[in-house]
Design a protein around this ligand. Structure first.
Ligand code: ADP
Ligand code: MG
Length: 387
C-alpha cells in the first residue's frame, strides 16, 4: 500500500469510528548507512529516515481518556490519562508510554482519539517501533504543547518509552533518525556529544535496497554483552573512557597486553569510526563509489574482526560483490536480519532476482526485499479543517 492510499484509508476509518476529521501525522522507519556497534563506544552513527512510515489521524476528544484503533492489527484500546497500568497490547504500550513520558517531563497530554497504520516492516531492522513512538510524540507535542518540546526531547521520550514500557534497552539512534529525518539527507550523530550534522544523500543513478535474510540466530552466550565488555576492557587499558578516543597506533602499542580477541574487537570499532568520517567526505563530494567501498569494509570488519555476521549474511554480501553492487553490508547488530545495498539503478532488477533465487536455493526461503528512499521524519501531513 502506498503512503497516499494508507492516508486515504486512515481518514475513512477515522470518520467511521469517531466521526469527522483529525490531523494526520506520520513518522518514518530508518536505515543506518554506516557506523555499526559504534554507539556504545562513543562513536558515530549515520542514519536516515526512509519512505516507510507509521501514520496516524489524531484529534483531541475533550475526555480524560485515549481511544486508539490499530488498523493493521485490527484492535481497539482505551486507557485513562491517570491510569497506572499500561495496556497489555504491545502496540498500545508504545502509545501509553509516549503519553506518560511527556507527562513525566511536565508536558501536557489531554484525551484524544486516534487511528493508525504503517508500512514499516515489523521487526526487519527498520525500527517500526521508533516510527510509532515518534509519530505519536510529534502529534501530542503539536496538539497539546504548541510544539514546545524540542525535537531531541521527543526522541528521548520515544527511547524512554522503549525502556520503561516495552522492555527494550535501546540507544537513541532509531528515535533520533525518525524524529530528525530529512528528505535527501543522512545524519551523522555523535553518540558522545549528541551533536549531529546533516549530509546530502542524493544518489542519482543509485538505489538503496535492503535484503532481509529473515533469519535470526539466537545465541546462548550474550554475544552483544561480550563485545561491549571487550571494548570496555581495551578502553580501560588505554586509560580512556571509550574507544572513540583511541587510534590504531594506540591499539598497536598495547597489543601484547590484551587478548587477540579484544584486539580485533577494538580494531573494528576504531576503523569504523574512521570509515564514517570518510563516508561524510565522500558524500560531500558526491562520490558514491567510495561510500560503497566503505560499506564493504564495514561488512568485512563486522564479519572477520567483530564476528557478528553469520553464514547467510556473508552469502548475501558475496552475491552482492560478485554482481557489482556498489556497497553492501550487514545493517544492525548482526547474527541475522538485513544487508543494506547501494547499487546502480541499472543493476537493481537483476540483482534482486538473482539474490532471491540464489539465497532460496541455498537456504530454502527467499529473502525479503525492501527498496528505500531517504525521506522526511516526523511531520504533520495534513491539518484538519478548523471546526
Ligand atoms: P522493529 O525492529 O520494527 O522496531 P520492534 O519489535 O521493536 O521491531 O517493534 C515492533 C512493534 O511495534 C510491534 O510488535 C507493534 O507492537 C508495534 N508496531 C509496529 N508497526 C505497527 C503497526 N503498523 N501497527 C501496529 N503496531 C505496530
Ligand atoms: Mg524496535
Amino acid at each position: 500500500m502506498t503512503t497516499e492510499e494508507m492516508q486515504k484509508n486512515l481518514e475513512k476509518v477515522f470518520a467511521e469510528r469517531f466521526g469527522g476529521e483529525g490531523n494526520v501525522y506520520a513518522s518514518a522507519g530508518r536505515i543506518n548507512l554506516i557506523g555499526e556497534h559504534t554507539d556504545y563506544n562513543g562513536g558515530f552513527v549515520f542514519p536516515g529516515a526512509i519512505d516507510k512510515v507509521i501514520m496516524a489521524v489524531v484529534r483531541p476528544n475533550g475526555m480524560e481518556k485515549v481511544r486508539v484503533f490499530s488498523v493493521d492489527i485490527d484492535q481497539y484500546v482505551e486507557f485513562g490519562l491517570r491510569e497506572e497500568d499500561a495496556p497489555k497490547e504491545s502496540w498500545a504500550r508504545y502509545i501509553f508510554g509516549i503519553c506518560r513520558e511527556i507527562q513525566k517531563r511536565g508536558g501536557d497530554v489531554k484525551g484524544f482519539d486516534a487511528v493508525f497504520a504503517g508500512n514499516v516492516p515489523l521487526g526487519a531492522g527498520l525500527s517500526s517501533s521508533a516510527a510509532l513512538e515518534s509519530c505519536f510524540a510529534f502529534a501530542l507535542n503539536d496538539l497539546f504543547n504548541g510544539n514546545s518540546i524540542d525535537k531531541f526531547e521527543l526522541a528521548k521520550i520515544g527511547q524512554s518509552t522503549e525502556h520503561n514500557y516495552c522492555g527494550v534497552n535501546c540507544g537513541i539512534m532509531d528515535q533520533f533518525a525518525s524524529v530528525f529525518g530529512r528528505k535527501g539527507n543522512l545524519m551523522r550523530l555523535d553518540c558522545r556529544s549528541m551533536e549531529y550534522e546533516y549530509f546530502p544523500f542524493n544518489p542519482d543513478g543509485y538505489r538503496l535496497v535492503l535484503v532481509d535474510s529473515r533469519v535470526k540466530h539466537e545465541l546462548a552466550d550474550s554475544p552483544y554483552n561480550k563485545r561491549r565488555e571487550s571494548c570496555e576492557r581495551v578502553a580501560k587499558r588505554l586509560g580512556i573512557e571509550t574507544l572513540r578516543d583511541a587510534t590504531m597506533e594506540d591499539l598497536e602499542k598495547i597489543k601484547g597486553d590484551i587478548t587477540a580477541e579484544d584486539f580485533f574487537r577494538a580494531k573494528f570499532v576504531i576503523e569504523e569510526k574512521d570509515r564514517v568520517l570518510a563516508v561524510c567526505d565522500a558524500l560531500n563530494a558526491g562520490d558514491y563509489e567510495t561510500v560503497g567501498k566503505k560499506m564493504y569494509e564495514t561488512h568485512n570488519g563486522l564479519s572477520k574482526d567483530y564476528e557478528v555476521s553469520c553464514e547467510e549474511l556473508d552469502f548475501l554480501n558475496d552475491v552482492a560483490k560478485e554482481m557489482g553492487v556498489t556497497g553492501s553490508r550487514i545493517m544492525g547488530g548482526g547474527f541475522g536480519g538485513c544487508t543494506i545495498n547501494l547499487l546502480p539503478d541499472s543493476l537493481h532488477d537483476s540483482f534482486v532476482k538473482e539474490v532471491c533465487a540464489r539465497f532460496n536455493e541455498k537456504y530454502g526461503h527467499e529473502p525479503q526485499i525492501y527498496d528505500v528512499v531517504i525521506s522526511d521524519g516526523a511531520r504533520l501531513v495534513k491539518e484538519a479543517p478548523k471546526a
